[in-house]
Design a protein around this ligand. Structure first.
Ligand SMILES: NC(=O)c1ccc[n+]([C@@H]2O[C@H](COP(=O)([O-])OP(=O)(O)OC[C@H]3O[C@@H](n4cnc5c(N)ncnc54)[C@H](OP(=O)(O)O)[C@@H]3O)[C@@H](O)[C@H]2O)c1
Length: 279
């Protein structure tokens, strides 16, 4: 049986990706923020797909100790029940913040959840991915275009702008995918950035207020359904000839010139330092 781990799996795009793979009878290992949201999503999916192997794992992805614990739990589950193989990891969890906030580890929240969590969880699950010759997907966005990493102040301590924080984190997702492929070209594991398009989900209304919340409430109405965006993930994971770095609903997508080797190596070194890894 094929296995997939999906973060941000309790709502929106992540939940729709769970549905798509439960339907294909893959074992779906979803990750959500709390016991309550995980329990609700697991019950709903099991009702819709009786007999499918669906399991949820709570993890607050802003906390690196929790990500390491999650990595250990998932590795053990994969070893005990699935021959130690992970066919796909979808780093999809993401957030927006109106104001500058930091995590327990002292990092700016959007950078920590949208980028560092994906970096650290992938590092944790690499052996299982190698075992299966699996694929890693990171949910990026077209909003990565027209921005640069603020190298002198990646955590945006000096002048915090919510949209910039989000855009920078989505650029980091593509830089991560690029450097992953350079480093692990011989491993049989490949990494992709995904542009889900504008999707009608609640992302801009969680932990936000005022103009950000209002903007998203109206803007999202023009978006496609999460089930439509999940088709891109299913295509990239199951296709035999997915050889581009970045995919959207219409196939390979153009990405920013900021996604280059120099920036990718620099971000990798910084992420290693911030996560205490040597990935
Ligand atoms: N919607 C769009 O138009 C759009 C466009 C481009 C890219 N994206 C990206 O798509 C991804 C999924 O977003 P979505 O639109 O489907 O919105 P969503 O329904 O809010 O999904 C985001 C998921 O991430 C989880 N999450 C956020 N912070 C977390 C944390 N600290 N620990 C654990 N889980 C956390 C959320 O859990 P909670 O519900 O418990 O907070 C939620 O399940 C994000 O990376 C987003 O940036 C979305």
């Amino acid at each position: 049986m094929k296995t997939i781990v999906i973060t941000g799996a309790t709502s929106g795009i992540g939940y729709a990706v769970c549905r798509a793979f439960a339907q294909m009878r893959w074992a779906v290992l979803g990750v959500g923020r709390s016991e309550a949201t995980c329990g609700a999503a697991e019950r709903k999916l099991r009702e819709e797909f009786p007999g499918a192997d669906i399991r949820f794992f709570p993890c607050e992805l802003s906390k690196q100790t929790e990500i390491i614990r999650l990595g250990e739990t998932l590795t053990k589950t994969l070893r005990d029940d699935f021959g130690g193989r992970l066919d796909a990891l979808v780093n999809n969890a993401g957030c927006v913040r109106n104001y500058y906030t930091t995590t327990e580890d002292g990092y700016e929240t959007v950078f920590a959840v949208n980028h560092l969590a994906a970096f650290l969880l992938t590092e944790q699950l690499l052996p299982a991915l190698v075992e299966a010759g699996g694929r890693v997907l990171v949910t990026s966005s077209q909003s990565h275009l027209g921005t640069k990493v603020r190298w002198g102040d990646v955590m945006l301590t000096r002048r915090y702008r919510p949209l910039f924080a989000y855009k920078q984190s989505k650029l980091c997702n593509l830089l991560f995918a690029q450097e992953f492929n350079r480093r692990f070209a011989q491993s049989g594991v490949r990494c992709y950035g995904i542009d889900p398009g504008l999707v009608n989900t609640g992302i801009g209304e969680k932990n936000t207020s005022g103009v950000v919340k209002l903007f998203w409430r109206f803007h999202k109405r023009r978006g496609v359904s999460a089930d439509t965006s999940a088709k891109t993930y299913a295509h990239v994971i199951t296709s035999d000839d997915a050889d581009s770095l970045y995919y959207g609903q219409r196939g390979p997508q153009r990405f920013s010139r900021q996604v280059n080797g120099e920036n990718a190596k620099r971000l990798w070194a910084l992420s290693d330092r911030l996560c205490g890894t040597s990935f």
